[in-house]
Design a binder for this molecule. Structure first.
Ligand code: BJW
Ligand code: ZN
Length: 267
C-alpha cells in the first residue's frame, strides 16, 4: 500500500468524529450520470436549465418528465462498493463508540440503500415531493408518480415534450389542498433548508477528519464545506478521478475511481 494511503488510514483510526461528504461521482459507477460529465444532458437540456424554480413555473410538465426519468433510472440501480464501504465503515466506527456523519449532495438515496444511517441530504431527495401551496413534504416512491407520467421522460433529444395539463401532474393528497406538487429538491437559486444547513455547519465545526468523495466542488454552499474543515487544520482527503478547484486546499488527494480508492481507505 502507498505510504500516503497508509498515513490517511492512520488519521482515520485515530479520529472520533468523521465527516464523509459526497457528490454525484460516488454514484457514477452505479450507473447514475454525474451533472457535469458527458451523461449530464437530458434531451437537449442541461440540469442547470431544468433544475430551477423558473423552469418549473414555465413548464411543470417538462420538469416532471425530467424527474420521472431520473426516478426510473435510480430505482433500477444498486449501491456500489464505495457506498457499501462508507456504510460499513460507519457501522464499525459506531461500534467503537465513534461518530461518522454522512452529508450528501445526492438525491438518489443510494447511501441509505447501502445501509448508511442518518444521512444528511443537502439537496433533497428524488423520492420526496413538496406541495407548492401547503408545503407539505411526503415520501413518494411510485413509478410512475402519476398515471399521466407513465412511460414519459425518455431522454431521446428528438422526443416532443408531453405538455401534460397541470391537473394531471402530481397533486397534493392533503385534504382540501390538492395543489400542484414539485420534487422536494433544492434547485439552483434556492436556499438550502435552514435546519439541514445548520446541522451541516455543526458537523463541519466539530469533525476531526474528513473525506470528500466524487464532487466537482463548484456548487455552493456545499463547495465550501471541505475547504472550511481544512482551514481548521483538520486532515481532509479528496477522492476524485480528477483534480477540482478545492484540491490545492486538501491535505490528501486520492485520484481514481472511488470504488477502488475509497474501499482501500475505509477497509
Ligand atoms: C468521480 C467518479 C468516480 C466522477 N469516482 N469521482 C456563490 C458563488 C457562486 C455561485 C453561487 C454562490 N452561492 C450560490 C450560488 C449559486 C448556485 C451555485 O453554486 N452555482 C455554481 C454553479 C457556481 N448555488 C445555489 O443556487 C444554491 N443555493 C444557494 O446558494 O442559495 C443562496 C443563494 C442563491 C442565489 C444566489 C446566491 C445565493 C443551491 C444549489 C442547489 C444545487 N442543486 C443541484 C441540482 C439538484 C437538482 C437535480 O439533481 O435535479 O444539485 S446542482 C447539482 O450540482 C446537484 C448536485 O448535488 C450539485 C453538485 O454536483 P456534484 O455532485 O459535485 O456533481 P458534478 O457532476 O459537478 O461532479 C461530479 C464529480 O465526480 C466530478 O468532479 C468528477 O470528476 C467526479 N467523479 N466519477 C470518483 N467514479
Ligand atoms: Zn398541499
Amino acid at each position: 500500500m502507498h505510504n500516503v494511503m497508509k498515513s490517511f488510514r492512520e488519521v482515520l483510526s485515530n479520529a472520533s468524529n468523521i465527516l464523509i461528504l459526497t457528490g454525484s461521482g460516488i454514484s457514477a459507477e452505479s450507473g447514475v450520470p454525474t451533472f457535469r460529465g458527458a451523461g449530464g444532458f437530458w434531451r437537449k437540456y442541461q440540469a442547470q436549465s431544468l433544475a430551477t424554480p423558473e423552469a418549473f413555473a414555465a413548464n411543470p410538465s417538462l420538469v416532471w418528465e425530467f424527474y420521472e426519468y431520473r426516478r426510473q433510472l435510480v430505482s433500477k440501480v444498486k449501491p456500489n462498493k464505495a457506498h457499501e464501504a462508507v456504510a460499513e465503515f460507519q457501522k464499525r466506527k459506531i461500534a467503537e463508540g465513534k461518530n461518522v456523519s454522512i452529508v450528501t449532495q445526492n438525491i438518489d438515496g443510494l447511501h441509505q440503500k447501502a445501509g448508511a444511517q442518518d444521512v444528511l441530504e443537502l439537496h433533497g431527495s428524488l423520492y420526496k415531493t413538496r406541495c407548492t401551496k401547503c408545503h407539505n413534504i411526503a415520501i413518494n416512491e411510485n413509478i410512475p408518480i402519476c398515471p399521466a407520467l407513465a412511460g414519459k421522460g425518455s431522454p431521446d433529444p428528438n422526443i416532443m415534450s408531453s405538455d401534460i395539463p397541470r391537473e394531471e401532474l402530481p397533486r397534493c393528497e392533503i385534504e382540501d389542498c390538492g395543489a400542484l406538487l414539485r420534487p422536494d429538491i433544492i434547485w439552483f437559486g434556492e436556499q438550502l433548508d435552514e435546519n439541514v444547513l445548520q446541522q451541516a455547519f455543526d458537523i463541519i465545526a466539530s469533525c476531526d477528519a474528513c473525506l470528500v468523495i466524487g464532487t466537482s466542488a463548484i456548487v455552493y454552499p456545499a463547495a465550501m464545506f471541505a475547504p472550511q474543515v481544512a482551514r481548521r487544520n483538520v486532515p481532509v482527503a479528496e477522492f476524485n478521478i480528477e483534480e477540482t478547484p478545492a484540491t490545492g486546499q486538501m491535505q490528501y488527494h486520492f485520484q481514481g475511481p472511488c470504488t477502488t480508492t475509497v474501499t482501500e481507505a475505509l477497509a
